[in-house]
Write a protein that binds this ligand. Structure first.
Ligand SMILES: [Ca+2]
Ligand SMILES: [Ca+2]
Ligand SMILES: [Ca+2]
Length: 219
């Protein structure tokens, strides 16, 4: 995934006004059955973007096959019956815009797709969009196997998380791929000052110690 991310960052950086560059998550290393997928763009061991589902069966990574315009398996595939079906958290926040492709497990075109909503740290809604799915021409020739769509949302402010609610009206499953945005530490390490893991663990240890001390004092 690394070389692709870097390549995308360089390409998109040429058009970006600010110093931060965008990254594209292709889910190449997604594992079927897991209930979360994490992206660590700068490889510092701290996840920058985390996708999660409350479905105990977790994600699948394949679904519509290769004949799609916006999906190049693997992606994140899951059930549409939840509300939301999928959540993504941005540990360093994200600003500007978010973009991804999705497909629905429907055999007819022009069907209900996804409601995608973006929130700040105070649960304030920054932007929301509803995108339908339809058959596309793959490489301008053959119609895609399943209806699909492209979500591309610009927003003001800093987003903390976003929710995906795929419609159950026409499909029982969805898949997303090529999730694109600007994810803090993946492009600009100097912006984030994450607490190093050993210090964070020490903090937890100290809290535990204090609790124990209080308890023993009570006795
Ligand atoms: Ca992919
Ligand atoms: Ca990181
Ligand atoms: Ca749903």
């Amino acid at each position: 995934m690394k070389p692709i991310t870097k390549c995308a960052a360089v390409l998109l950086g040429a058009f970006a006004a600010s110093g931060a560059n965008a990254a594209i998550l292709t889910f190449d290393d997604a594992i079927a059955g897991e209930t979360s997928y994490a992206f660590d763009g700068d490889g510092d061991g701290i996840d920058d973007v985390v996708f999660s589902t409350t479905d105990p069966s977790g994600f699948n990574t394949a679904g519509p096959g290769p004949n799609q315009s916006y999906i190049s398996e693997p992606g994140l595939e899951g059930t549409t019956i939840l509300a939301p079906d999928l959540r993504v958290d941005f540990l360093y926040g994200t600003a500007g815009s978010l973009r991804f492709g999705f497909a629905m497990s429907s055999l007819t075109g022009l069907v209900d797709g996804v409601e995608f909503s973006i929130y700040d740290t105070s649960d304030g809604l920054l932007a929301s969009t509803n995108v339908l799915a339809d058959f596309t021409l793959v490489d301008g020739v053959m119609e895609s196997s399943f209806p699909e769509g492209l979500v591309d949302v610009s927003f003001a402010g800093v987003a903390s998380y976003a929710l995906f609610d795929f419609s159950t009206n026409d499909a029982t499953r969805y898949i997303i791929d090529n999730f694109e945005g600007t994810f803090g530490s993946s492009e600009n390490v100097d912006n984030g000052v994450p607490v190093p893991a050993p210090l964070a663990l020490l903090g937890v240890g100290l809290v535990g110690l204090a609790t124990r001390k209080r308890r023993s004092a009570e006795h």
